[in-house]
Design a protein around this ligand. Structure first.
Ligand code: SF4
Ligand code: SF4
Length: 324
């Protein structure tokens, strides 16, 4: 199956579907007799299915037949979720076989690595570098204890694939006021590889999100697209170079833990309160989670990973040792 995904070394197609050496500046390429396989992976609560819906609607808008299949993990945050979107003049099977994905979009770092074998050699890999580590990966609850989880850095992975992009989409989305818009940041990055008009992307995205979050999603899309266009022009920007290791630096002082609870997003489900191993959390009179024993908190992240509403965020910083 041919693909409209632009990748390094791939020759763009004309609207008639024939090979051409040059693409008219500013003119999106929409091959008439082409198709694509887009694989979107992540964990529950990240918006995998929203990306799949946008890609499917966008492909339909171009006149393609579309087939989508998906596996939902736990409805709560943390379960594995993936979706296959296939489109073309005629699509028979809804699933993408290994080595046939034109694009792999990973909302969670380790999930992206797990599905890399589905990516075509010349396919595009787009991943959020944020890791959502499941509780069973924590061998020790001590602050700063090592965890058994994917340790490959963005630089490692981007150097291994033909066309890779790894960015901290969650932080970019947080800058617009909602970390949950990280999926739309990644759609913006994808839009720089899928040659469809920007207006079509925005129209489909706005139709797929609640009216009150349209502005955030529009900004998130623009930020992702701008980032990707800059990264295409300058390969040194293709990965988040601030991440040089996922290992805790050795020999440092006890890390400083900052736990924040977004009261507006907390629905008082009590999950974090029940599952905190140190019993540091409680619901207040308004049924909002609060940190009642900050000194007991080890920064194990369990509450952050299991909150279905992304209401908890934990930052761990390592103070530099004081030198004489
Ligand atoms: S912070 Fe999250 S897990 Fe805890 S009570 Fe609120 S919604 Fe539930
Ligand atoms: S409050 Fe959260 S990070 Fe702190 S010990 Fe409890 S579960 Fe772990």
């Amino acid at each position: 199956m041919s693909s409209p995904v632009k990748s390094k070394g791939a020759r763009p197609k004309t609207k008639a579907g024939s090979d051409t050496a040059a693409e008219p500046a500013g003119e999106p390429v929409k091959p008439a007799r082409a198709g694509g396989n887009i694989l979107i992976v992540g964990v529950g609560g990240q918006g995998v299915l929203m990306i799949a819906k946008v890609v499917a609607l966008l492909a339909q808008k171009q006149g393609y037949q579309v087939k989508q299949s998906e596996v939902h993990g736990m409805a709560k945050r943390g379960g594995i979720v993936f979706s296959h979107v296939r489109y073309g003049p005629e699509v028979w099977s809804p699933t993408i076989v290994k080595g046939e994905a034109d694009a792999l979009i990973a909302l969670e770092w380790a999930e992206g690595l797990r599905w890399l074998d589905h990516l075509k050699h010349e396919g595009v890999f787009i991943a959020d570098t944020r890791r959502i580590v499941p509780p069973f990966a924590c061998r020790s609850r001590k602050a700063g204890a090592p965890i058994n989880y994917a340790k490959e850095t963005p630089a490692d992975i981007v150097s291994r694939v033909a066309d890779g992009f790894a960015l901290d989409a969650s932080t970019i989305a947080e800058g617009f006021g909602d970390a949950r818009a990280a999926n739309t940041v990644l759609l913006g990055v994808l839009s720089a590889s899928l040659a469809y008009p920007e207006a079509d992307w925005l129209e489909v995205i706005e139709a797929s999100v609640p009216p009150k979050s349209r502005d955030i999603n529009r900004n998130a899309f623009a930020a992702g697209r701008e980032w990707a266009l800059a990264a295409r022009a300058n390969p040194t920007l293709r990965f988040d170079s601030s991440i040089t290791s996922y290992e805790a630096p050795a020999g440092l002082l006890q890390p400083k833990i900052t736990l924040e609870i977004n009261a507006a997003w907390c629905k008082g489900c009590d999950i974090c309160v029940k599952l905190c191993p140190e019993r540091c959390l409680a619901l207040n009179a308004e049924q909002v989670a609060v940190l009642k024993s900050p000194d007991a908190c080890t920064g194990c992240h369990i509450c952050e990973w299991l909150c279905p509403d992304f209401a908890i965020s934990i930052r761990t910083s390592h103070p530099e040792p004081v030198t004489a």
